[in-house]
Design a protein around this ligand. Structure first.
Ligand code: DQA
Length: 146
């Protein structure tokens, strides 16, 4: 089965972006960590980043087609700021019924109040936040058992 790890806006800046909050690992480091975790579990990995909301929607639809064939393990998504704004991504997840892990590097609940609400949580099977980039590996370990 395949794990989709989808990253949204500004995650391409990981490593240089507010390092006190997000740490010093780059997105490439995160990709390597995800590759290692998937290898451990015999899972295939699709790892992507975009700054565009509609592209995340398209990628959820793509994962949905795998889901329909029984070939999807899960979508692990760090939707970045779209977490707090995007009904479109919520509808894509509901419309495809992909098993979703909503992931945040930081503990969004300990930050500004506008980060406390997520449109995606209502459609998520699990939510991971505050574990730093290690959360990606932990999420892959978990979905390997789904
Ligand atoms: C984030 C948290 C969001 O509030 C923020 O907009 C991000 C990153 C995280 O990984 O902690 O871009 O999803």
């Amino acid at each position: 089965k395949t794990v989709y790890v989808l990253n949204g806006p500004n995650l391409n800046l990981l490593g240089m972006r507010e390092p006190a909050i997000y740490g010093s690992a780059t997105l490439d480091d995160v990709k390597k960590l995800c590759e290692a975790a998937c290898q451990r579990h015999g899972l295939a990995l699709v790892f992507r980043q975009t700054n565009h909301e509609g592209e995340l929607v398209d990628w959820v639809h793509e994962a949905g087609r795998l889901q329909a064939k029984g070939e999807l393990a899960a979508v692990i998504m760090n939707a970045g700021a779209y977490t707090h704004t995007s009904v479109a991504i919520l509808d894509a997840i509901k419309g495809t019924a992909v098993p979703l892990v909503e992931l945040h590097i930081s503990n969004v609940h300990a930050r500004e109040s506008f980060r406390h609400h997520s449109y995606l949580s209502a459609a998520a099977r699990a939510v991971m936040c505050g574990f730093g980039v290690a959360g990606y590996g932990l999420a892959i370990d978990a979905v390997a058992e789904w």
